[in-house]
Write a protein that binds this ligand. Structure first.
Ligand code: NDP
Ligand code: 2IT
Length: 445
């Protein structure tokens, strides 16, 4: 049998019309796997890739709720249970107006490979809603979250499917979702991760994605006999991932020049200090305001409606959303002699941008590798819940670091090209192999 990535993508396009983000994610994987599949016929004979691009189950449901004015609102809820070959479905929930089937399918598909790379027993899933938590009151968010869970609870469970946070879903939302699940099922269990520390959460889960990203970047630099110390770093986003990526960068002696939100970018030439970062956390997490307030308070440059990619630096860490680095942005980064691009968000670089990084020999790591620290600590939260224990910050942090270093090692197995490392191919092949072997072992289900 012969696998041809191009014709496979045509087949996926035909079956998933108009799902551009999903097709983009599949295309990247199919291209990476071409040689590997042709050299390992067993995966072709078992039609593993055809099976992998078909979610095991897709649940779509109505989410009605009442706003503070007593008006009825209706949103759409989703949970995509993508693949359970190596563990219960696991992955975040996203609440954002841009959420649709294509976005959640790309996220669920990537999650399967990411979770496999962690080495933990985690299948892949993703869900969410087109609900926009911006400018909603706490009680509106609570009523929406309760309505969402009133349907979702039927399909999840600590050994079935364990959702967590993603864009628009943080500690507040996880709390309301957990409360409603418990009320409906009478069951206090580890059905969600990202829980509060007093009620079953794990130390370091809040920090895990951002810290893990920087641990991974350190490994990439170490492989080049370099280090992060003294580097200039541009970060996009100012949510969970961006905040803790910035924190770890600062701790390791590098300078964070930018952060952003959906309205614009702040450019702090002196570098964001831990103290200023604490203020930014207040703006974004407590006041739920705009990053522009940071520029006003510290009198730094504010780039209205712009992203950070035009600012000169050594390292770029996109930590906001998908396709936030396009071809022009990638060219600007290359022109400014960027050394490394480490994805904290899921699929923040378009495929044209990735091609430009490759052509210019930029060290580039895909989100499914470098942002795996979040779901990895979610996996550790599940273990702690099962054992009814809570590990210390130090213990979880050490575990996280170890997992990120191991992911780097697994990628080297398949992505080492002598003088360079193909992190995209390495992550896709290593992530695929574990899931594919498990699928074959479990028969045609
Ligand atoms: P948050 O909701 O905490 O923060 C998202 C940030 O990105 C905010 O600053 C937001 O701006 C900005 N943003 C969101 N959508 C857009 C958009 N369309 N255009 C421009 N800016 C945007 O989410 P997280 O930090 O949790 O997630 C960020 C990324 O990291 C996502 O890609 C997510 O899938 C990924 N990720 C998250 C993990 C986690 O554990 N949370 C784990 C692995 C990956 P504003 O404040 O204006 O909305
Ligand atoms: O994209 C991701 O890996 C997440 N949003 C975290 C998933 C999780 O289950 O912790």
């Amino acid at each position: 049998m012969k696998f041809n990535a191009k014709s496979f993508i045509e087949y996926v396009k035909q079956r998933n019309n108009n799902e551009s983000e999903f097709i983009q994610a599949v295309e990247e994987v199919a291209v990476s796997l071409e040689d590997f599949l042709n050299a390992n016929q067993i995966y072709l004979e078992n039609r593993i890739l055809e099976r992998l691009v078909e979610p095991e189950r897709t649940i779509i449901f109505r989410v009605p709720w009442v706003d503070d004015n007593g008006e009825i609102k209706v949103n759409r809820g989703y949970r995509i249970q993508f693949n359970s070959a190596i563990g219960p479905y696991k992955g975040g929930l996203r609440f954002h107006p841009t959420v649709n089937l294509s976005v959640l399918k790309f996220l669920g598909f990537e999650q399967v490979f990411k979770n496999s790379l962690t080495g933990l027993p985690l299948g892949g899933g993703k869900g969410g809603s087109d609900f926009d938590p911006h400018s909603k009151s706490d009680s509106e968010v609570m009523r929406f979250s309760q309505s969402f869970m009133s349907e979702l609870y039927r399909y999840i469970g600590p050994n079935i499917d364990v959702p967590a946070g993603d864009i628009g879903v943080g500690a507040r939302e996880i709390g309301y979702l957990f409360g409603q699940y418990k009320k409906l099922t009478k069951d206090f269990s580890g059905v969600l991760t990202g829980k509060g520390l007093p009620w079953g959460g794990s130390n370091i889960r809040t920090e895990a994605t951002g810290y893990g990203l920087v641990y991974f970047v350190e490994e990439m630099l170490r492989a080049k006999n370099d280090s992060i110390n003294g580097k200039k770093v541009i970060i996009s986003g100012s949510g969970n991932v961006a905040q803790y990526a910035a924190e770890k960068v600062i701790q390791l002696g590098a300078k964070v020049l930018t952060m952003s939100d959906s309205a614009g970018t702040i450019y702090d030439k002196d570098g964001i200090t831990q103290e200023k970062l604490e203020h930014l956390k207040q703006i974004k997490n407590v006041k739920r305001g705009r990053i522009k307030d940071y520029a006003n308070k510290y009198n730094v440059e504010y780039l209205d409606s712009e992203n950070p990619w035009s600012i000169k630096a050594d390292i770029a860490l996109p930590c906001a959303t998908q396709n936030e680095i396009n071809k022009e942005d990638a060219m600007a980064l290359v022109k400014n002699e960027i050394v490394l691009v480490g994805e904290g968000a899921n699929m923040p670089s378009t495929s044209e941008a990735i091609d430009i990084f490759k052509e210019n020999k930029i060290l580039f790591s895909p989100g499914k590798a470098s942002n795996a620290g979040g779901v990895a600590v979610s996996g550790l939260e599940m273990s702690q819940n099962s054992a009814r224990v809570q590990w210390s910050r130090e213990e979880v942090d050490q575990n996280l670091k170890k997992i990120m270093i191991e992911i780097h090692g697994k990628i080297l197995e398949y992505g080492n090209r002598g003088e360079s490392i193909d992190y995209v191919a390495g992550a896709n092949i290593a992530g695929f192999k574990r899931v594919a072997d498990s699928m074959i072992a479990q028969g045609l289900v």
